[in-house]
Design a protein around this ligand. Sequence first.
Ligand SMILES: Nc1ncnc2c1ncn2[C@@H]1O[C@H](COP(=O)(O)OP(=O)(O)O)[C@@H](O)[C@H]1O
Ligand SMILES: [Mg+2]
Length: 623
Amino acid sequence: MASGTSRDVIRRGLWVLGRAIREQPRIFAVAVAGSVLFGGLVIASAYVVGAVVGDVVVPAVEAGEVGTGTVALAAVALFGISVLRVVGIFGRRLGAGYMQFRLQAAYRRRVTRRYLDLPLAWHHRNATGTLLSNANSDVEAAWYPIAPLPFAVGTLVMLVGAVGSLFVTDWALALVGLAVFPALFALNVVYSRRMAPRQARAQRLRAEVSGIAHESFDGALVVKTMGREAQETARFAGRARELRDSLIAVGRLRGVFDPLLETLPSLGTLAVLVVGTVRLRQGAITVTELVSVAFLFTVLAFPVRAIGWVLAELPRSVAGWDRVSRVLDATGEMPYGEVTLDDAGPATLAFDGVHFGYEPAEAHLPGTSVLGEVAFTVPAGRTVALVGPTGAGKSTIASLAVRLVDPDAGTVTLDGVDVRRLTAASLASTAALVAQVPFVFDDTVRANISLDRPGIDDEDVWAALRLAEADGFVAALPDGLDTMVGERGTSLSGGQRQRLTLARALAGRPRLLVLDDATSAVDPRVEAAILAGLRAPAPGQPAAASILVVAYRRATIALADEVIYLEQGRVLARGTHAELLATVPGYVDLVTAYEQAEQERAENRTYDEVAPLPTGLEIEVDR
Ligand SMILES: Nc1ncnc2c1ncn2[C@@H]1O[C@H](COP(=O)(O)OP(=O)(O)O)[C@@H](O)[C@H]1O
Ligand SMILES: [Mg+2]
């Protein structure tokens, strides 16, 4: 837990509740109104029961006969109260449920929206599992106490009403109430304050136990092949034991407090009967009043528990809220500028003195410099190939070119305008990145390519597919453009996925296309054909886009107007493919090594026929 004392947790928890009320004031008012109605009727029912006993039962016993009219009246009164109580419960539950689930939905939306706004650097620092639980269980935990909150607020009002009605009835009985109700309230507070750290500990251990289990299953292969079953079992058993002990501690506390919470009102009833009998003898109260008050003490015991429920949930709520607000308050999203580029033919991309380093995973570690003094230009309509060994910084340059990240020093410009000055929309329509690892949404082919962008019809989709050399296999799919692909649909080969993501980028008619090793799983001849097609969509036609392509294959690189050779974040050489082959030994080695690796790979598999390995297991062939 972020903060220390339980008093602090309760204070912060109440602040979170206050926030919830500010966000949903109307529904909260409905729920509290229902709860207050219920509370008022609980008090009323005590007095009606008293009246029934005093005015119907006692005279009936004394007279030996029952007045039908009075009984009917009493029955109608009790029935009416019950019906209204149902209305109150309904209003309270409905309101509380609405409020809780609406807040959950709203905050899930806010958290996921924030994920999209936060920069890549932030995502690099945060594990996917954490992001999932932030949007899911943390949001839920933050709003757990909302469910019993209206009940608790109604109960507070009811307690005040009860003490007031006691004073109207008899001051001596009121004093008993003043002793018992606050004691009951205080007991609830003590209970939840004791419970809070135990619950928090159990909650944390639950997460740890499932974490260990998850890790063991995930790493089952390693665990088995390394003969680590015994250690893994012991590790799991240790944590499971801790969880057991902590749950027993919770149970023990419950065992002490639950009976106390039950007993206190009974003791109160007893005190009422003792004091009440004396007052009855003195003639200060009537039988009706005595029965009413005794009954009141028994029916109040349960609603008071609602206050305890809210308090008990506060620590979990605060922990959840802390984790949710860590996302909502995270900063570093990239501010966009105001400039919109004209939509006029291929764009010019220029890097000038660009330095870049990834932020360290932990603040105290030094950041690493990945790019230094990188400068090059992709002139309008030209194709530039970026070549270099793994880790040279090619993907980083690709990210900078479409402004997924910003340089630490130097500038990246499109048509002479610093990309930081462009609007998000202008940037998105001007430059498109096709990443190394293709991502296909679990949707139709059409949706995967158009992404619901306005002005992209089926004809545009087909044109993009043709350019990506993907029209053939899409046409052969059972439902064509309507075929579901991705997780739940037709599974595609690695090369097919790559061509779909390429078509997706092309459909937006970008003026700069950045291909980060985007066709590596496609047959080499097809890859060259794609690039040739992109450079000149139709014979004699100028290129629609400037192209920055990360590539390794001779046939592909040879198509580029210029090759930039990169090593360890520095531009070592630039020129045509033929020039670099003749002058740069490292370049020759790299291209040759890649060709050999490809040949070996080709002997083991055929391009496009093999379904891709899951992300992360993709074999890196560019060493
Ligand atoms: N998200 C990241 N966080 C920290 N370091 C990174 C990250 N991504 C890449 N790097 C490092 O930056 C360097 C360049 O990586 P990258 O641009 O992916 O190279 P390439 O695409 O040429 O293989 C490598 O040393 C790599 O380890
Ligand atoms: Mg890369």
